[in-house]
Design a protein around this ligand. Sequence first.
Ligand SMILES: NC(=O)c1ccc[n+]([C@@H]2O[C@H](COP(=O)([O-])OP(=O)(O)OC[C@H]3O[C@@H](n4cnc5c(N)ncnc54)[C@H](OP(=O)(O)O)[C@@H]3O)[C@@H](O)[C@H]2O)c1
Length: 334
Amino acid sequence: MEKRILGNSGIAVSPIAIGCWSFGGGAYWGEQSQKDVDAVVNMALDNQVNLFDCAEVYNDGDSELSLGKALKGRRDEAVIITKQVITPDQDDTIARFEASLKRLDTDFVDVMMIHWPTNDRALMERTLTRYQQLVDAGKVKAIGISNFGVKQMTMVKELGFTSCVNELHYNIASRAIEHEIIPMCQDHGMGVLTYVSLQQGVLTGKYQSFADIPPRQARYRHYDVCRSQGMHDHKGSGAEAELTALLSVLDGVAKEQNVTIMEVVLGWALRQQGITSAIVGCRNLEQLSDNLKGGSFVMDDATCDLLTKASQPIYEKLGTCADYLFPVDQCRVI
Ligand SMILES: NC(=O)c1ccc[n+]([C@@H]2O[C@H](COP(=O)([O-])OP(=O)(O)OC[C@H]3O[C@@H](n4cnc5c(N)ncnc54)[C@H](OP(=O)(O)O)[C@@H]3O)[C@@H](O)[C@H]2O)c1
């Protein structure tokens, strides 16, 4: 699989990246065996997929632990991202970073990322200063950010720091970042990594109806608020008719071209301006082999245009707020 360069970092990464949120198992994704994680990580590396997206909060550190075990003996082939949530009560950046290193069983992390922005300028400055110290010490290769909007990226720049990447919710049914975030990332020399690239399974076509989506995965503004069964309140009625129409077009294109919906969805995203790689959660070898094909699927211009057009109604309905979990007037990506 051909590599792409991650923003201004010089780090070469695969267009398909492995999302590690399920690794270690936990409340959100349920059980996840180490045997399957080992198999997924090794098969990914065997297929030149080298980017692994982890975070300190994923399963309370068990995701990092699980990735560290799976990479045993192959650390040098991998590019590891890990992230920290930063709040005034969680200001012990370096100690937490050292704990991540230990769990990952490594002595450096490729990209150290702020998981969600803070609008507290002093906290942002302190955190980025410490990340820069980790870069200077050779423990981190590059700094990254996630879920940062235009104002928040501007703050990073004003503080005098450089991030090589912004990691954001993006897929054919979630295009808000096209409006002004992707252009600004390009202006700042940042790559974009997409997460929830398959809309947590919905863009595989495996659910017969919206009622079948597990409530945790149905918390997004795409669905009527009732779908999350009280777990979350984005206060909206969703864009289910628009998503149904889009899924039908995706299915038609997949059948016509004799490929899977995943290939079409990932192939479309990887053709978009400014997108470096699509992070995908793969729970087993079967899902990985499906999703790998998305990294090499070459989509022609006419198909790409048709799909972009088919996704316009959902784009217009959900709008340009890149936070698909909260009500638009409480958007955290600003
Ligand atoms: N920076 C951030 O704030 C942020 C936020 C969210 C996620 N992320 C990152 O992005 C990664 C991916 O996002 P995500 O895991 O939320 O969503 P996703 O990649 O859109 O969906 C992953 C889930 O879809 C199902 N799936 C995947 N491939 C499939 C296939 N071929 N056939 C059928 N089902 C398939 C699996 O779940 P089931 O088998 O259980 O259905 C899998 O866990 C995460 O692991 C994490 O690294 C980052």
